[in-house]
Design a protein around this ligand. Structure first.
Ligand code: 13P
Length: 281
């Protein structure tokens, strides 16, 4: 059964570890992640961007695919199916209606009051249906240097305002992390992270989990991060292994063999990531 993220993240916050959010791209990706997390006996959040949902056919297809895999593979760990960066109320509603167990509404490009208004609309709809909601504040950028984005970092008083007015279940404050590969060193604002964590009873989410040095991940978890989003990291590990396979075997044409050639590397990397996060059931 799919679950919302509340129980898994509140426990992580209390016990100082992080739950992985791995973005999924297709059936095999989902299968590899579920199998590895079941083997390690840890909870997992399967993140689906609007683009990935569209790529896989739509929210209903994704929900049924995940539920089908969980039944056929006899998956017993808690699994949360989560819309990543929902851009509007309508997108979140579609995911919720299709059976997603949590959503992120990303209205972070708007000024704070409009962010609150849109987020609250999603929360009201989601909570009535037992679905948890993550919101973003400040703005998390893509493929830039941490040093270029200080202006878009989250402010503690605005985080409190968003939490108190929109009743969200988790918050993703922009604090220097970026999506995709970093240009230069990841430079996270741990002081503000800790301040926000001390002010709020809800879990904090770190986006852009790829390419942050291990010691900074550990420090972020100490400062209150309970959910870490990872996408590019697994994509790059998987594609490297598949590229090697294609380079060394010019005869291979069966897509199952090609896609599967990235499985071992991806599972190994999942293992390393969750060991670093100290993820527990
Ligand atoms: P990365 O692609 O940098 O790992 O970021 C993933 C993410 O934050 C998805 O929301």
């Amino acid at each position: 059964m799919l679950v919302d993220f509340n129980d898994m993240l509140l426990k992580a916050k209390k016990e100082h570890y992080a739950v992985p959010h791995f973005n999924i791209n297709n059936l095999e990706w989902t299968k590899f992640i579920l199998e590895e997390c079941e083997k390690l006996n840890i909870p997992v959040i399967l993140g689906v961007s609007e683009g990935a949902a569209k790529y896989m056919g739509g929210y209903v297809t994704v929900t049924n695919m995940v539920k089908g895999l969980m039944t056929d593979l006899d998956i017993k760990i808690p699994v949360c199916l989560h819309l990543d960066h929902g851009s509007s109320f309508e997108a979140c509603k579609k995911a919720i209606d299709a059976g997603f167990s949590s959503v992120m509404i990303d209205a972070s490009k708007h000024p704070i009051d409009k962010n609150i208004k849109i987020t609250k609309e999603v929360v009201d709809y989601a909570h009535e249906r037992g679905v948890s909601v993550e919101a973003e504040i400040g703005h998390i950028e893509e493929n830039v240097s941490s040093d270029d984005i200080k202006d878009t970092n989250a402010k503690p008083e605005e985080c409190v305002k968003l939490y108190e007015n929109a009743n969200i279940d988790a918050i993703a404050p922009a604090l220097g992390s970026v999506h995709g590969f970093y240009k230069g060193e990841a430079n996270l604002d741990f002081e503000t992270m800790k301040k926000i964590n001390d002010l709020l009873p809800i879990p904090l989410v770190l986006h852009g989990g790829t390419g942050i040095p291990n010691e900074k991940i550990t420090k972020a978890i100490e400062c209150g991060i309970s959910k870490i989003n990872v996408n590019t990291d697994l994509q790059s590990v998987w594609s490297k292994a598949v590229r090697e396979k294609l380079n060394e075997d010019s005869e291979v044409y069966d897509p199952r063999k090609i896609i599967k050639s990235g499985e071992a590397a991806m599972k190994r990397r999942i293992d390393e990531i969750v060991t670093l996060y100290n993820t527990k059931l």
